[in-house]
Design a protein around this ligand. Structure first.
Ligand code: MG
Length: 246
């Protein structure tokens, strides 16, 4: 059984197709260890907190600012309510350092892309995959830590199903003038303290089953999280703006 697709286009400057089942699997690496019971990293002093575990007042339904986010909040985390749709921040975010913690369901259900699927979408357009990839092979450009449909993670530093995991994402948004792309997006990502993307240049917004190209957008846009139908949890979400010292 193929893990991916064989009827998709070849990714530019790559020998692989989009979601290629034959693209090598990322090597499994045991991540930084911490106590699952007690650990909670407090944000740095200049962070903008997007979710502190109490409520979703800083979020709406994606693409519909007048509809509240439909996910539930309990015990200090938010959890996807399947069918209520993706959610997005009211905050508009450009270049940033982003911290997100997530957990896939403890009770393992489904496989491949159907196990603990969600996603962190910078600017609502660029997906860094959330997936339960603990002993769960799937097409490598769709594994956790992957830039969906473009680049697999360097390694698979997943924690066990149900455990809290950390994403630390250093994001440089694409820059446009009125008519053209001036510089593409670039991202560095740590999954559970392990580098999985190193200053990777994105080909465009992430897409399913097709190749991609940039389309002009604003310098700051909401961050969104994906409702892919699985009971994925999130907590402790914050970002810091990154600018240059003038
Ligand atoms: Mg996803």
């Amino acid at each position: 059984m193929s893990l991916g697709y064989d009827d998709t286009p070849t990714i530019p400057e790559s020998v692989y197709k989009v979601h290629d089942g034959d693209r090598p699997q990322p090597k499994v690496v045991t991540p930084i260890e911490w106590s699952q019971e007690n650990f909670y990293m407090l944000p740095p002093s200049d962070a903008v907190v997007l979710f502190d575990g109490t409520d979703l007042s800083g979020w709406t339904k994606k693409g519909d600012e007048s509809t509240p986010a439909g996910w539930k909040v309990e015990n200090g985390y938010m959890e996807v309510v399947p069918g209520t749709g993706d959610i997005q921040t009211k905050e508009l975010i450009g270049d940033c350092q982003l911290h997100v913690e997530f957990a896939s369901p403890e009770v393992v259900k489904g496989d491949g892309q159907g196990r603990g699927n969600s996603g962190v979408f910078l600017m609502g357009k660029y997906e860094f995959q959330v997936l339960d990839c603990f002993d769960n092979p799937t097409y490598s450009d769709g594994t956790v830590g992957g830039i969906y449909g473009q680049y697999p993670p360097l390694v698979n530093s997943s924690r066990k199903s149900g455990e809290w995991q950390t994403y630390d994402i250093i994001w440089e948004a694409p820059k446009f003038d009125e008519t053209k792309l001036l510089s593409p997006a670039r991202v560095t990502i740590l999954l559970n303290g392990v580098v999985v993307q190193n200053a990777k240049v994105l080909q465009g917004p992430t897409e399913h089953r097709i190749t991609t190209k940039y389309v002009h957008h604003d310098a700051k846009l909401p961050l969104s999280l994906q409702d892919h139908g699985d009971l994925v949890r999130f907590r402790n979400i914050w970002y810091r703006e990154i600018g240059e010292i003038k």
